[in-house]
Design a binder for this molecule. Structure first.
Ligand code: COA
Ligand code: AMP
Length: 635
């Protein structure tokens, strides 16, 4: 079947199509309905179906003879450790840790926060929650205590699972200090914390609250899997929204399992038994879907890499992993390749490794510039597939579905809509636009299985963020256009979200922090183009009258504030003091125009602008301070 035939089939009769795809999953009870609406009128897939995601990822694989196959390779250049888990071993470890959680009273429907780095215990913890029908919420390590506290208050976890530290190249990050600070700030207090002590930084445990991971394990009994409804939540993953408060994207069990299984075969073109590697972090959606769940659900071997593309120890790290584990399909963010290219532009280190096992390189997480696409293709000598998706979808929305049919690659485009996604480009007033006209990228409802059915405990925000801009559609937040051949080009976010080194962040959040400085009268934080990280945030600040601080001191203080309130991952490193900001007469700051000036892109100021002379003033200041026209941050 061609891509077009399969896509048309998925759109002509979604229920028939997704019923067929659901056959690939071992259900305890088959769904009674394929597509239905819940009490709140929201679409749900596979109502009445009963399954367990951890069972599918582990027990089912062992039952089908994969017990001795490697499920997980752990490779950690930052600690010098490597470990291998067969499906049988991973099943045993997950069952035992599920026993630990059960012993602590965790039951189906309870929430558990996981604040842990790229170590096998994190994967074990996620699968152990899924085994019990508990809902995990993994929080990325690069966030500050305040961000963890917000997530604790929203998810209200029964337990918090943490490791004593994370390791960033050669820096040891003390996770428990972050946990302790966030628990001081949050109103919700989990019943307890289970702490995995890493030898790089053993930490004191707080009596009455903390339990030692290994100690509990030594006394635990393995726990069996708990059947859950297809519509029960598997996890919550917080992601940046257009306000300072993150959104709790909810994922269900049934649609997720079906969509991920479908994607492995039809998008990534990988077979059970093959090695699949996503170089991301379990704290992001890519890590959830393509380090943990999809490879295991599909019976592949997955790789958990605790390192960076460069400096651990060098820019040959990725090539080594591909050679060593015979990776078939590799997935990462373009920024990782930009970092490698910067350190080793001629690919001298590449010559030391044999990467011939590789069939495809997939890139996502941010816009992929043509130079990076071409350079990575030249290095690896495989097709480079740019594909587009987001935390909310949980799996690709646009891709060259090489498992079905390899379409010609058009650099700059993430190819065509994946089966199930009725993608359209809409104008301001919701009309579907013809080819080559740029507008808002939206998906006709219903979204396919695997996409978020709702936000955690916040239907009102779900509706206002995604469903109300264009009735009958899910609004992605991205802009783009479709060319004459049906290829979609994503041109970037049309809201306050930016992508820094493939990490999704909210400039509104950073603005909130900057504005809280007592000397700041008003401010704007915008994302500007960066050669290495894709985008970086820059703060423009108007000081209150009478403030005598030097620009240097202000910059230092604001950088430190964002670091400690949002986290180092924000990469907020540049602040400019300005006399005034460009605004409309009604007082709206013209952030988009500021971005265009910084990126050297043409723009036309709105007729409502308060004072046109502010624009050349700003442009001059940016030049003077070397802000913009594609800056170049260090990896
Ligand atoms: N825990 C604690 N701190 C973290 C962290 C984590 N899990 N991840 C990042 N940080 C910190 C870094 O140490 C750094 O701190 P610093 O300012 O003190 O140096 C800061 O957050 C910014 O990190 P990062 O964005 O990773 O930038 P970098 O300059 O250290 O590295 C790259 C640049 C390109 C090498 C790196 O971003 C990378 O490997 N990107 C791959 C993209 C990726 O995995 N994307 C996920 C979605 S697919
Ligand atoms: P996240 O939710 O962190 O996965 O970020 C999702 C956002 O990243 C999308 O809304 C896009 O803005 C951007 N993005 C992801 N993949 C791509 C891609 N292939 N091309 C362009 N932008 C992308």
């Amino acid at each position: 079947m061609t891509y077009q035939e399969l896509y048309d089939k998925s759109m002509a009769s979604p229920e028939v199509f997704w019923k067929e795809q659901a056959e690939a999953i071992p259900w305890f009870e088959k769904p009674k309905k394929i597509l239905s609406k819940d009490q709140e009128g929201l679409y749900r897939w596979y109502e009445g179906g009963v399954l367990n995601t951890s069972f599918i990822a582990l027990d089912h694989q062992v039952e089908r003879g994969r017990g001795e196959q490697v499920a997980l390779y752990y490779d950690s250049p930052v600690t010098g450790r490597k470990e291998t888990f067969t499906y049988q071993k991973l099943l045993e470890e997950v069952s035992l840790f599920a026993g630990v959680l059960k012993g602590q009273g965790v039951q189906k429907g309870d929430t558990v926060i996981i604040y842990m780095p790229m170590i096998p215990q994190t994967v074990i913890a996620m699968l152990a929650c899924a085994r019990l029908g508990a809902i995990h919420s993994v929080v990325f390590g690069g966030f500050a205590p305040h961000e963890l506290a917000i997530r604790i208050d929203d998810a209200k976890p029964k337990l918090l699972l943490a490791a004593s530290c994370g390791i960033e190249i050669n820096k040891v990050i003390d996770y428990m200090t972050i946990v302790n600070e966030s628990l001081k700030e949050s109103s919700h207090q989990p019943q307890g914390c289970i702490v995995y002590q890493r030898p790089q930084l053993p930490v004191p445990l707080k009596a009455g609250r903390d339990h030692d991971w290994e100690d509990l394990l030594s006394r635990a009994e393995p726990a069996g899997y708990v059947p859950v409804a297809a519509t029960d939540p598997l996890y919550i993953l917080y992601t940046s929204g257009t306000t300072g408060r993150p959104k709790g994207v909810m994922r269900d069990n049934g649609g997720h399992a079906v969509a991920l299984k479908f994607s492995m075969e039809h998008i990534y073109g990988i077979r059970p038994g093959d090695v699949y590697w996503a170089a991301s972090d379990v704290g992001w959606v890519v890590g959830h879907s393509y380090i943990v769940y999809a490879p295991l659900i599909h019976g592949c071997s997955t790789i958990l890499y605790e390192g960076k593309p460069v400096k651990t120890p060098d820019a040959g790290a990725f090539w080594r992993i591909i050679e060593e584990y015979k990776v078939k399909v590799f997935f990462t963010a373009p920024t990782a390749f930009r970092a490698i290219k910067k350190e080793d532009p001629n690919g001298t280190l590449k010559k030391k490794y044999d990467t011939s096992s590789l069939d495809y390189l997939f890139l996502a997480g941010e816009r992929c510039d043509v130079a990076t696409l071409e350079w990575s293709g030249k290095m690896l000598d495989v097709p480079v597939i740019d594909h587009w998706w987001q935390t909310e979808s949980g799996w690709p929305m646009l891709a060259n579905m090489v498992g079905v049919e390899m379409l010609p690659i058009k650099p700059g485009s993430a190819a065509k809509p994946v089966c199930g996604y009725g993608l359209e480009i809409l104008s301001h007033n919701g009309e579907s636009l013809p080819p080559n006209q740029e507008g808002a990228v939206a998906i006709r409802l219903p979204l396919p299985p695997g996409c978020l059915p709702n936000l955690w405990n916040d239907t009102a925000r779900f509706l206002s963020s995604y469903m109300s801009a264009y009735p009958g559609y899910y609004f992605t937040g991205d802009g783009g256009y479709i060319d004459d051949d049906g290829y979609v080009f994503i041109t970037g976010r049309i809201d306050d979200i930016i992508n820094v080194a493939g990490h999704r962040l909210s400039t509104a959040k950073m603005e909130e922090v900057v504005a809280s400085h007592p000397a700041v009268a008003e401010c704007a934080v915008i994302g500007i183009e960066d050669q290495m990280k894709g985008q970086i945030p820059v703060g423009f600040v108007v000081l209150k009258g009478g403030v005598e601080k030097s620009e240097e001191d202000m910059e230092k203080e604001l950088i430190q504030m964002v670091r400690s309130k949002v986290g180092p991952v924000a990469s907020f490193k540049k602040v400019a003091i300005v006399q005034r900001l460009p605004k409309t007469r009604s007082g709206k700051i013209l952030r988009r125009i500021m971005r265009h000036i910084a990126d050297g892109k043409p723009f036309s100021p709105p007729s409502t602008i308060e004072d046109m002379t502010v624009l050349p003033e700003l442009e001059g200041l940016m030049k003077e301070k070397h802000i913009g026209h594609s800056t170049d941050s260090q990896p």
